[in-house]
Design a protein around this ligand. Structure first.
Ligand SMILES: NC(=O)c1ccc[n+]([C@@H]2O[C@H](COP(=O)([O-])OP(=O)(O)OC[C@H]3O[C@@H](n4cnc5c(N)ncnc54)[C@H](O)[C@@H]3O)[C@@H](O)[C@H]2O)c1
Ligand SMILES: [Fe+2]
Length: 382
């Protein structure tokens, strides 16, 4: 670290966490004089019992509810435009995102679009678009129903272009939710595959954030504890879920997203192109790539891997023990070890390598990653 430098640390907003906390949502709206929320979710969550219950409870409190659920698995720009039309046409006064990262990202992008009507990708953070986010935004509330992305505490939304499928990041501190209702009960029925894939996304966030080489001891502490909580609970959450494992996973995923304000790394850059090109679930793409990405990172960062190994209670405190742990964890939660098992073919590798090199995550990786490195990593993982 450089003691003559000035650092900036941002921490999230009010988080209400715990069993049954979702029951506070109606009173919160009333207290804040919000009676016309747009609820943004995905088509699957909109059919689940807990979701119907939330809507019913709000209606009982005389809150007018409009649900928008027309979103893609990997959200695209037109989803955001359609959601904004729903907001306008039904004269809403606030936005509540209820769901996994996909639904929460669309909700956040609608929050942006309501009072920012230029082309959505003008606000792309990678081209400095955040400076155009100058107007007020509607009151925004998030309710996570997966334990993975931590998008509920984020300030960015990942939305893809309809045609090119390239993922863009919309970012602004204004896009942070005013309050988060994180209720582990909403994750109790998450299917094993979703639990496994989203859980490995959360582990990747904590581990990559921990490895980013900037001076941020607060986030390092959060990331280390996040990894520890996932170590204690992911296998149980997938194979024999109970309230303890669901609670630990939910808070750990939230912690991962707080920690990754430090940045992410090579694993996310390996993963993003799989979602753009092959529509692979984000968490699954990270899960398969993480052992290979971490193996690439060991050399030169042995001390950090020693700390990770300690956090994961490994007998041998080395980078290769961490890599073995990641492969073993994937086996225990039924995630394949090879990219070929999730639909990647040799002919995809050149395009994937181009997309990975162009991705926003790896510039924060502790060591530089070249196109050849990406190609070698994909080839190894194939
Ligand atoms: N904004 C950010 O900082 C950030 C970070 C990482 C990823 N992301 C984005 O998040 C998205 C992935 O989010 P995700 O991993 O949460 O997956 P997801 O939102 O796609 O959800 C996965 C699946 O689980 C279902 N589901 C959600 N909650 C459920 C529940 N309680 N019970 C049963 N089924 C449920 C969904 O319908 C979906 O089919 C990607 O679009 C990715 O780009 C955003
Ligand atoms: Fe992620």
């Amino acid at each position: 670290m450089n003691f003559e430098k000035i650092y900036q640390y941002n921490f999230p907003t009010t988080i209400r966490f715990g069993t049954g906390v979702i029951n506070e949502l109606g009173d919160y709206l009333i207290k804040n004089k919000l009676s016309n929320p747009l609820i943004v979710t995905d088509p699957i969550v909109s059919q689940l019992n807990f979701f119907k219950q939330i809507i019913e409870d709000l209606k009982k409190k005389n809150i007018s509810v409009e649900v928008f659920s027309g979103i893609h698995k990997n959200p695209v720009k037109s989803d955001v435009y359609k959601g904004t039309e729903a907001f306008d046409q039904t004269k809403r006064d606030s936005i509540i995102g209820i769901g996994g990262g996909a639904a929460l990202d669309v909700a956040r992008a609608i929050v942006l679009r309501v009072n920012h009507r230029e082309d959505l990708f003008k606000y792309d953070d990678l081209i400095g678009g955040d400076v155009y986010v100058t107007n007020d935004v509607p009151h925004f509330i998030t309710v996570p129903t997966t334990a993975g992305t931590g998008s509920e505490v984020g300030r960015s939304a990942i939305i893809a272009d309809n045609e090119t499928h390239q993922k863009k990041i919309l970012f602004s501190p204004k896009l942070l939710a005013k309050i988060i209702f994180a209720d582990p009960m909403l994750t109790m029925e998450l299917p094993p595959f979703v639990t496994a894939a989203t859980g490995m996304d959360a582990l990747t966030h904590n581990m990559e954030a921990f490895l980013v080489n900037t001076f941020h001891p607060m986030c390092d502490g959060i990331a280390a504890e996040g990894m520890s909580l996932i170590h204690q609970s992911l296998e149980t959450a997938v194979n024999k879920p109970d309230l303890e494992s669901r609670s630990k996973m939910l808070i750990a995923s939230l912690m991962g997203a707080v920690a990754f304000q430090k940045g992410l790394g090579v694993v996310h850059s390996l993963a993003h192109p799989l979602s753009s090109l092959l529509d692979t679930h984000h968490g699954l793409a990270n899960a398969v790539n993480i052992p290979y990405g971490m193996e690439f990172n060991i050399e030169g960062f042995e001390d950090k891997f020693k700390k990770i190994a300690k956090t994961l209670e490994l007998k041998e405190e080395t980078g290769s023990a961490v890599v073995n742990y990641l492969f073993e964890m994937n086996s225990k939660i039924n995630i394949p070890h090879r990219l070929r098992d999730i639909g990647v073919k040799e002919e995809h590798i050149e395009t994937l390598s181009d997309l990975a090199l162009a991705d926003f995550a790896h510039p924060n990786n502790p060591k530089p990653v070249s196109r050849q490195n990406f190609k070698d990593l994909y080839t190894k993982a194939l």
